[in-house]
Design a protein around this ligand. Sequence first.
Ligand SMILES: Nc1ncnc2c1ncn2[C@@H]1O[C@H](COP(=O)(O)OP(=O)(O)OP(=O)(O)O)[C@@H](O)[C@H]1O
Ligand SMILES: [Mg+2]
Length: 272
Amino acid sequence: MLEVHDLHVRYGEIAATNGISLNVSNGEIVAVTGANGAGKSSTLNAVAGIVLPTSGSIRFDGQEMTARPSHECIRRGIVQVPEGRKIFGTLTVLENLQLGAYRLSSFQIDSAGIDEVLEQFPILADRLHEPASCLSGGQAQMLALARGLMAQPKLLLLDEPTLGLSPIAADDVFDLIRGLREIGLTILIVEQNVHQTLALADRAYVIEGGCVVLEGDACDVAGASGLTSAYLGMADQSERIWPSGRSSPEEQEIIKTRTAENRDIFQNGNRR
Ligand SMILES: Nc1ncnc2c1ncn2[C@@H]1O[C@H](COP(=O)(O)OP(=O)(O)OP(=O)(O)O)[C@@H](O)[C@H]1O
Ligand SMILES: [Mg+2]
């Protein structure tokens, strides 16, 4: 369904991804995990048409999608639930959901569509006419997911859906994602919550410094001896095989800084 090949994304001098290749088949949940600043969101944003890759290719359902604008990606069924949720606090829950239907060609507010989505989110059904700013973090994440579903995605891109949530709220989000797979949705999920995500996914890619350093069936990745070091950016650089075009001195400096940050995150339990 989705084929990403040798994806490079740059922000000025910063290389956010350095040749990432990944694929997602129909009906799969595929996880992308890795440390802070590894390039996960940049990968997802390129697939969603939000950032322009400098090179590489993105194909979806056999069609070339590289550098297509986000509205076209949405129209074709690639729908992203962004990092940080980005719901509109001053609008009601219902109005946020209605905005999610915007990709539908007539931009019709289809109450049957809303009812269908709400079946999976009873907590939102009870609060439809309240401002979204009144929701708890977990409820706001549910609203962001429900809004994404309103666009009738073929491929749902989830960027850190449990970030900042309590363990109980995070469990609810993971349960909901499992339910979405059961209704046949294809999902590419970016998460730092590595163990729960690998328990949920079919396959996984671990990214470090803009490169894929581990990939495979999620259960194999979960048991891989290199997972912790790759995830924390602590792999021995001299033993690593980097894709060509990688590792300018500036990039190595950035990696060293990230590695120090990631050790700190690890020791303190969470990054934010
Ligand atoms: N808009 C931007 N301008 C400049 N640099 C950016 C921008 N967005 C990301 N970067 C840099 O690109 C690199 C990859 O960032 P990205 O957000 O893709 O990582 P990530 O894996 O999603 O990290 P996080 O876990 O913090 O969300 C980082 O070094 C980051 O600082
Ligand atoms: Mg990110």
